[in-house]
Design a protein around this ligand. Structure first.
Ligand SMILES: [Zn+2]
Length: 443
C-alpha cells in the first residue's frame, strides 16, 4: 500500500489534545511519513529535515492556504449497509419503522447487497470527513471487505447467533472467535471486531448471559443500543422491574469495552453505572429526533464523567452519514433544551467527533494532530463565502462548515480522498450497484 510522505504547508490546524484544550495554529507545517505524523509546528526547514531523516527526501507539498487541517471524524454508531434503504422508511416512530418498514426489507439481504450498501456508505463518509466508523449489521464479512477496500478504520459487529437443537437462539462461539482472529490478521490494525448485542428487548435473558459471558471471556468490544425510546424503558421496567442500562449490567455486560448507542432515556443511577464501567456513549441526535425518540441529555452525561462520541445511526433513519450536521445539531440541542448557550461549546464537539470518538472505537493513536499519532487527517477548503471571514476556526468547523467543503482525507497516511476525487472506491460503479441492490429489497 502506497504511504506517501506529505508536507502540509501554511495551513490552519485545529486539533484536540489529550487532557488539554483544543489547539488552533495558523500558518503551520505538518509532516506525514509512513502513515504517521512526524512534525507539527511553524518551521518548514525542520519539517523537511525530519522527513529526510525518516528516509523521505522526496515528498508531496500540499498548499494549505485557506485550508483547515484537522483529524478525521469517527462515526461511533451506525448500520452502514442501510444506505440501501435511504429515503424509503420515513416519518414513523422507532417501533413501526423497525418492525414494519426495516425488518421486511432486511429479509431479502444477501452478502452482496451488504457489500454494495457498505461501499456506498463509506464513499459518503469519506467525502464528509469521516475516516473511522462503527458498524452494527449482518454479513459482517462483507462490511469488513468494503472497509479493507476503502481504507477506512472500522469497529465492526459480528452477530454469530443461530437456533440450537433446543429451539432457542444461541451464540455460535467458534464463529465469533474465527471472525475476531480474521479481523486481527487481515485488518492491518484498522479493524476492531465487536459482538453484536442489538438491545435488551430483542433477546431473552439466557441468550444475554451467554453473550455477556463470552464478551468478558474474549475481552471483546460490545455494541449495543440502550434506552433509545421511552417505550424500551417502560417495557424493561414491566418485564424486569429495572431500567435497561441497570438490567444490562445485571445480565453481566460492560465488563469488556462497550459502545452504547443512544442512551436517550437514562436516569442518574444509570449514568453512574455506565461511568463506573467506562462505557462509551454514541450520541445520535438526528436519528433520535427523526424517529421521535427524544433528546439525549449529553450535558448530564459529560457532567457524570461519561465518554461521549457522535454517530449518525443508519441512513434509513437520518438520512445521511454526515457528522458535520451531527456536531452542529448536538451543540444546538444542548443549548436549546437547557436554556444555557454555553453548554456544549464548539471545542467539546470537536473532541467528541475526533479524539474521543476514535478512542471509544478502540483507535488510541487517532484523532489528534501531534507527533506519533496516525496520519488520520482531513483537509477542508475554507475559501468559501459560507466560511468567510473564518474567525475562530473551531467555531467555523462546528457552526458554519459544510461536509461538501472537505477536499481531501487520509487514513494512516493513505489518501482516500484527494482534491475531491475518491482514491480507493469507484463512485459511479458503487452508485449503480447500490441502486440495483436497493431495488431487490423492495420486490
Ligand atoms: Zn442503531
Amino acid at each position: 500500500m502506497k504511504q506517501p510522505a506529505v508536507l502540509f504547508k501554511n495551513i490552519q490546524i485545529v486539533t484536540p489534545m489529550p487532557g488539554g484544550p483544543v489547539l488552533s495554529l495558523t500558518n503551520a507545517f505538518v509532516a506525514v511519513a509512513a502513515g504517521e505524523i512526524r512534525y507539527v509546528g511553524q518551521f518548514e526547514d525542520t519539517a523537511v529535515q525530519i522527513l529526510k531523516d525518516c528516509g523521505f527526501a522526496e515528498y508531496e507539498s500540499y498548499d494549505g492556504r485557506r485550508k483547515i487541517l484537522w483529524p478525521t471524524m469517527a462515526n461511533t454508531h451506525g448500520h452502514i449497509p442501510m444506505t440501501l434503504m435511504r429515503n424509503q422508511a420515513d416519518d414513523a416512530v422507532l417501533h413501526t419503522w423497525l418492525f414494519e418498514m426495516i425488518f421486511p426489507r432486511e429479509k431479502y439481504l444477501t452478502p452482496d447487497h451488504v457489500l454494495n450498501g457498505t461501499r456506498l456508505g463509506m464513499a459518503e463518509m469519506i467525502r464528509s470527513g469521516t475516516g473511522t466508523a462503527a458498524d452494527m449489521y449482518y454479513y459482517s464479512e462483507s462490511v469488513v471487505e468494503a472497509a479493507l477496500e476503502s481504507g477506512m478504520r472500522l469497529n465492526v459487529c459480528f452477530d454469530g447467533k443461530a437456533t440450537g437443537s433446543d429451539g432457542k437462539t444461541h451464540l455460535v462461539r467458534p464463529s465469533l472467535e474465527k471472525f475476531i482472529a480474521d479481523c486481527q490478521t487481515y485488518g492491518q490494525g484498522r479493524i476492531n471486531p465487536a459482538l453484536l448485542v442489538h438491545s435488551l428487548y430483542l433477546y431473552e435473558p439466557d441468550l444475554h448471559r451467554e453473550l455477556s459471558e463470552t464478551a468478558q471471556a474474549l475481552n471483546c468490544f460490545v455494541q449495543v443500543h440502550i434506552a433509545e425510546t421511552k417505550r424500551e424503558v417502560e417495557e424493561s421496567l414491566a418485564k424486569y422491574g429495572k431500567r435497561p442500562a441497570s438490567m444490562l449490567a445485571e445480565l453481566g455486560y460492560f465488563k469488556s469495552p462497550t459502545i452504547a448507542a443512544h442512551c436517550v432515556h437514562l436516569d442518574d443511577a444509570e449514568r453512574e453505572i455506565l461511568k463506573a464501567h467506562s462505557v462509551f456513549v454514541a450520541h445520535n441526535p438526528t436519528s433520535n429526533l427523526k424517529l421521535g425518540s427524544g433528546i439525549a441529555d449529553v450535558a448530564a452525561m459529560l457532567r457524570a464523567g461519561l465518554r461521549v462520541g457522535l454517530g449518525t445511526d443508519g441512513a434509513a433513519s437520518n438520512n445521511n452519514l454526515n457528522l458535520y450536521q451531527e456536531m452542529r445539531l448536538a451543540s444546538l440541542l444542548a443549548k436549546g433544551t437547557s436554556g444555557d448557550a454555553a453548554l456544549l461549546p464548539a471545542d467539546a464537539l470537536i473532541e467528541m467527533a475526533t479524539l474521543h470518538g476514535q478512542k471509544g472505537l478502540g483507535f488510541e493513536r487517532s484523532g489528534c494532530i501531534a507527533v506519533g499519532y496516525e496520519a488520520d487527517l482531513q483537509i477542508l477548503n475554507a475559501d468559501q463565502p459560507a466560511m468567510w471571514p473564518l474567525g475562530e476556526p473551531t467555531s467555523a468547523l462546528v457552526y458554519s462548515a459544510d461536509a461538501a467543503f472537505v477536499e481531501s482525507l487520509m487514513v494512516a497516511g493513505q489518501w482516500l480522498l484527494y482534491k475531491n476525487d475518491l482514491q480507493t472506491l469507484d463512485e459511479e460503479k458503487i452508485k449503480a450497484d447500490a441502486l440495483r441492490s436497493s431495488a431487490r429489497l423492495n420486490p
